[in-house]
Design a protein around this ligand. Structure first.
Ligand code: NAD
Length: 487
């Protein structure tokens, strides 16, 4: 394919060196629709080289003290933070997210991921028990597992990739990471900082390319005993199948169909702005985004009126404009998929109250071919509709009424997913009762997306297997052994 402008060309990062690839794939700027970058189309050969480098680096890296590794992670965090603006610009251009979101959420969190695990690795202890009658002491020891395969999605590119790299290497593993082929640039930029941070060659290798080629080669590689994956449930099924013959250790962070439950005693002055964010932040492309809003009947009309009025104020447009709230969706195909859900809802008799097909979207001249969509609110959707059952992963949210606590718990649990829920009520007893009964790995009450990285993160049902967090990631990325000493 001929390209008019000079394109950014990425290279794999293997054994501390940038290595060109024999073939490349195009990567688009979602806000203009132009190809602006070429990403290596790696396959078995490149993965083989990366795994070999990671294996060779393992003995030295795994025998360093946690303190030595911690210092290197902190240095890397400082270097990324120093270049925060350049990383934020790149993330916004590559993914379509607003520059404000990239500056305030994505890149600061990538920095914090390294700082957090640099600190937490220093504070783990193992267990010890005494069996005096047998003259025995038992204790556990933990060791890194080996080469970790890390596969991440396109919605929060560097944020989610570093959420895996940081704990993996802090624990003493070496890694082969494969970011999404649609958003590879910030991972490549991070590779440029590794040497300066003191990360030895081969400890972090990054192989770019598609899931079908590079991802699958990593999953099937016999020398990669653990895979940490964040992405869709469908891909996770394939990864589970492909890794089964090797009995690999898997951590799977998957999709969601997250409910917000709003009782009639909720503080709407807090609830409405937060539920707007939970529905539309990052174009609704966050696994934790709310897409089913259950509102108690007594406040349903009032909520809907205010919610729609506020949603209409969200500004959609050029991601680099700091006043814009909603940027571009990741790809043309994804935009079409998200739009198709709105059409299906209309065909089923639901009402689209604002956004897609209802309001007009004015875009700047340079962004006419970008993948933009207005925040869209749909009401009167049936619980069994695909819009209430399937993950849409765009700026679309459904609002429905409910009457009783028991009823709403059943309905909220009535999907295959179980990632995150929000509950809005000023009744503390009710908040606890409902939170206990929701089938959801995370429940936020009277807030959303407030995270303490110490605590477990992950989903139930089709939303995942395993948890990530200080202790959980430490356990995933280490192998435990029980040792008995008789004296
Ligand atoms: P995806 O499953 O299509 O791709 C994710 C990654 O897997 C990409 O790097 C892709 O190249 C790779 N991949 C695809 N097929 C593969 C295969 N056969 N073998 C190995 N790797 C393969 O997901 P996506 O579209 O990039 O991301 C969106 C999804 O991610 C949504 O479902 C969203 O909910 C989910 N997500 C979950 C979380 C969470 O923490 N639970 C966070 C963010 C996103």
């Amino acid at each position: 394919m001929a390209h008019s402008k000079a394109l950014l060309v990425l290279e794999n990062f293997i054994a501390g060196k940038f290595v060109p690839c024999s073939s490349y794939i195009d990567s688009y700027n979602p806000s203009t629709g132009d190809v602006y970058c070429r990403v290596p189309d790696s396959g078995k050969e490149e993965v083989e080289a990366a795994v070999k480098a990671a294996k060779a680096a393992f003995p030295v890296w795994s025998s360093k003290s946690p303190l030595e590794r911690s210092q290197i992670l902190n240095k890397l965090a400082d270097l990324i933070e120093h270049d925060l603006e350049a990383f934020a610009q790149a993330e916004s251009k590559d993914q379509g997210k607003t520059i404000t979101f990239a500056r305030t959420v994505d890149i600061p969190r990538a920095v914090y991921n390294f700082r957090f695990f640099a600190s937490s690795i220093l504070h783990h202890t193992t267990e010890c028990t005494e069996m005096a009658s047998m003259g025995c002491v038992h204790y556990t020891s933990r060791a890194p597992v080996g080469v970790a395969g890390l596969i991440s999605p396109w919605n929060l590119p560097l944020y989610l990739l570093t959420w895996k790299i940081a704990p993996a290497i802090a624990c003493g593993n070496t890694v082969v990471a494969k970011p999404s082929e649609m958003t590879s640039v910030t991972a490549w930029m991070m590779c440029k900082l590794l040497e300066k941070a003191g990360v030895p060659h081969g400890v972090v290798n990054v192989v770019f390319g598609t899931g079908a080629r590079a991802g699958e080669a990593l999953v099937c590689h016999p020398d990669v005993p653990l895979i940490s994956f964040t992405g869709s449930t469908l891909t996770a099924q394939r990864i589970a199948e492909k890794s089964a013959p090797h009995c690999k250790r898997l951590s799977l962070e998957l999709g969601g169909k997250n409910p917000a439950i709003i009782f009639d005693d909720a503080d709407l002055s807090q609830c409405i702005p937060t539920t707007l964010r939970s529905s539309f932040a990052n174009q609704g492309e966050i696994c934790l985004c709310t897409s089913r809003i259950f509102v108690q009947r007594g406040i349903y009309s009032e909520f809907l009126k205010k919610f729609v009025a506020e949603a209409k104020k969200w500004k959609v447009g050029k991601p680099s404009d700091p006043t814009v709230d909603v940027g571009a969706l990741i790809s043309k195909e994804h935009l079409e998929k998200v739009r198709s859900y709105v059409k299906k809802a209309q065909a089923e008799g639901a009402r689209v109250l604002c956004g897609e097909g209802v309001d007009s979207l004015a875009l700047p001249p340079g962004n006419q071919k970008g993948y933009f969509m207005l925040p869209t609110i749909i009401a009167e959707v049936k619980d069994e509709s695909c819009c209430m059952q399937e993950e849409i992963f765009g700026p679309v949210t459904c609002v429905v009424a409910f009457d009783t606590e028991e009823e709403v718990i059943q309905r909220a649990n009535g999907v295959k997913y179980g990632l995150a829920a929000t509950v809005w009520s000023s009744n503390v007893g009710r908040v606890h009762r409902v939170a206990q009964r929701l089938q959801s790995g995370l429940v936020w009450t009277n807030c959303w997306l407030v995270r303490d990285l110490n605590l477990p993160f992950g989903g139930m049902k089709a939303s995942g297997i395993g948890r990530e967090g200080a202790k959980d990631s430490y356990e995933f990325f280490t192998e435990v052994k029980t040792i008995t000493i008789k004296h």
